[in-house]
Every structure is written in structure tokens, then in C-alpha cells.
Design a protein around this ligand. Structure first.
Ligand code: SF4
Length: 336
């Protein structure tokens, strides 16, 4: 499989919003203004192949959603490359991004806030079809809209309803249909089922995987819940405080997980009638502030295996077996 997307050394930083007074500090007897920086994404690199489902996982606040919004270029990266089909889209201006807006679609966590409450479903679905000239006229766009509704499990006679007249699961189906309307190659799904009842989550995930097989697009899933992405991912990356700490195939992550943080996340996955994936590890402490990044390994303040070197030297993401990368001083890398 060839790479559809290559993310290289992506960094996303924001200026922390502070009042003028709060930003004043005394340094060497002088009053100086210091604007703090939020280090949301810290030098991450990964690839997604054609037709692949890749997931970024981690606790909330670990930077995975910011990474997704940067990759789809809702945000301009501070530095790094986002190479889509061989072209770096990181530096492109809005007008230059237009062709990519059609190819790369996003499904949001909260389907209600991502749908215009004043638009009927028919208009929500027809608008991108007409904007991108994917139908020769309104009649053809309307026909396509009904086809899409049926494909995601909605009835065409519901097309004249407004988003508030649907349940949460149905609204997510509308969001999926809107993403499909422009015939995308790549879909970024940001916590697509976390706002839904558990009974509906599996239906939506199954629908998304059926659509991937049918339309042959690639996915980037964003999730805080490893159990949600376990069955739908080909490969996964685990993020902690804006950095990738482990990356590999589903088997690497669930059967040969190596980073202490991955083990901690996996030990929190509930298993009913199955052997736990790892020995129970308590989730200790909170993620440190992305404004004041810890020295060395970002995880050293919470890691039960921390050694003196861990607070002094940041471990690099190294390959420990083919395709399996870990950033931990306990896991020496192998020569490629
Ligand atoms: Fe723990 Fe040290 Fe590995 Fe970081 S580098 S995960 S602190 S053992």
C-alpha cells in the first residue's frame, strides 16, 4: 500500500491568552512581558496508507484533536510537513487548499453543533454536492442526497426535517452522509461515537467500516477510548502531552504493547469475560500543563518505572521491531 498521508515533525503551538498584567514578569530586577506558549502538538510523525484506518489515541487534552484539525488544515501548523499524495499542504493558503477540502473530510464529535440547525437535511447534503459541482443540476443533487440518506440508514422522507428532529445517532448518520457527499479519499473522524449511547456506538462504527470497504477511503480516527478503536484500526499511534509515545499495528499495540503509558491506557479498558490485556495499572496523576512541558520524558512524573535519566533526557521514538515504534528509555531501538 502506498502512503496517502505523511505527517513529518508536526508542531502546533498557540499563544496562551493572558491579560497584559498577567503577562508581566520580573526578570533580573526588570519588568518584562512574557507571553506563554501552549505546546499542543510536539513534533509528531506518522504515515497513513491508502485504504488504511489509523487511530490516534490518548487521554483528553493530549493534543490528538488539535493534530487532526491541523492535518485537515483548519489550523495552520507552527512547523512541520503534511504531505498529502506527495504535496506538502502545510504552507498552502485557503484558496490553494480548495481541491483538498473536497478530498479530505471531517466527522465531528458533536454532530448537533456541526450541523446548521436552520438547514433541512436535504440542504445540508445538497450544498456540498452543488458547491463542488458533483451533480449537473439540483434534481440530480437531490437524487444523490436521497441515495446517501439510504446508504447511512436514514429514510429519504426524512429529508425535509431539521437536525433537532433527529436522535444523536441519526444526527451522526447525517454527518457521515455529508462527509460522503463529496466522494472523499480520506476522512478524519474526531471522537465520532463518544457523544452517543453505548448501544448506538457499535452501529455507527460498523456503518463507518462498511462504508470504508465500499468507497475505499482512508480513516484517521481520534479517540480517548482504546476499546472503541480496537476493532476498526489497522494501526494506531498513542499520544501523550502532544507527542507520539508508541506507534504500530493493532497487534503491536494490543499484544506487544511496550510503553508504560500504553499499558496504563490498556489497563483501563474494561474486559467482560475476557482475560485483561495487561495487569492492572492505576492511572496516577493528571496530564501536566502543555504550557510548562516537563523535562526529559513527558511521562516521567506519572510513570511507575521512571529512572533518573527519564527526567533529564527525552527518549526518541525508535523502532523496536518492524513497524513498531516506542519512545521510552526502557525500550532500546534496533538498527533499521
Ligand atoms: Fe517511564 Fe522513563 Fe520510559 Fe518515560 S522513558 S515512559 S519515564 S521508563
Amino acid at each position: 500500500m502506498s502512503d496517502l498521508l505523511q505527517v513529518k515533525n508536526l508542531v502546533q503551538e498557540f499563544k496562551n491568552k493572558q491579560s497584559f498584567i498577567d503577562s508581566l514578569k520580573v526578570r533580573d530586577g526588570k519588568i518584562v512581558r512574557e507571553q506563554k506558549v501552549v505546546h499542543a502538538v510536539n513534533d509528531i510523525s506518522f504515515t497513513i496508507a491508502e485504504g488504511e484506518a489509523f487511530s490516534l489515541v490518548g487521554e483528553s487534552g493530549c493534543g490528538k484533536s488539535t493534530a487532526a484539525r491541523t492535518i485537515i488544515r483548519l489550523l495552520t501548523p507552527t512547523s512541520g510537513e503534511i504531505i498529502y499524495r506527495g504535496k506538502d499542504i502545510a504552507p498552502l493558503k485557503d484558496t490553494e487548499l480548495l481541491p483538498y477540502r473536497k478530498k479530505i473530510q471531517m466527522i465531528f464529535q458533536d454532530p448537533y453543533s456541526s450541523l446548521d440547525p436552520r438547514q433541512k437535511v436535504k440542504d445540508i447534503l445538497m450544498e456540498p454536492i452543488l458547491f463542488h459541482k458533483l451533480a449537473p443540476n439540483r434534481k440530480a443533487a437531490e437524487t444523490r442526497c436521497y441515495e446517501l440518506m439510504e446508504r447511512v440508514g436514514l429514510r429519504p422522507e426524512q429529508a425535509d426535517r431539521y437536525p433537532h428532529q433527529f436522535s444523536g445517532g441519526q444526527r451522526q448518520r447525517i454527518g457521515i452522509a455529508r462527509a460522503l457527499a463529496v466522494e472523499p479519499e480520506f476522512i478524519i473522524a474526531d471522537e465520532p461515537v463518544s457523544a452517543l449511547d453505548v448501544s448506538i456506538q457499535a452501529q455507527i462504527l460498523n456503518l463507518m467500516m462498511d462504508l470504508k470497504d465500499e468507497f475505499h477511503f482512508s480513516y484517521l480516527f481520534i479517540s480517548h477510548d482504546l476499546s472503541v478503536v480496537k476493532h476498526i484500526s489497522d494501526r494506531l499511534g498513542v499520544m501523550y502531552l502532544g507527542a507520539l509515545v508508541e506507534c504500530g499495528s493493532k497487534q503491536d499495540l494490543f499484544e506487544r504493547m511496550s510503553h508504560p503509558y500504553t499499558k496504563m491506557l490498556l489497563s483501563a479498558v474494561p474486559t467482560v469475560g475476557e482475560k485483561p490485556l495487561v495487569e492492572s495499572m492505576e492511572m496516577v496523576g493528571e496530564i501536566p500543563s502543555p504550557i510548562d512541558l516537563p523535562s526529559g520524558c513527558f511521562f516521567h512524573g506519572r510513570c511507575p518505572y521512571a529512572m533518573p535519566i527519564c527526567s533529564q533526557q527525552r527518549p526518541e521514538l525508535k523502532q523496536i521491531e518492524p513497524g513498531h515504534y516506542v519512545a521510552c528509555h526502557l525500550c532500546p531501538g534496533k538498527e533499521k
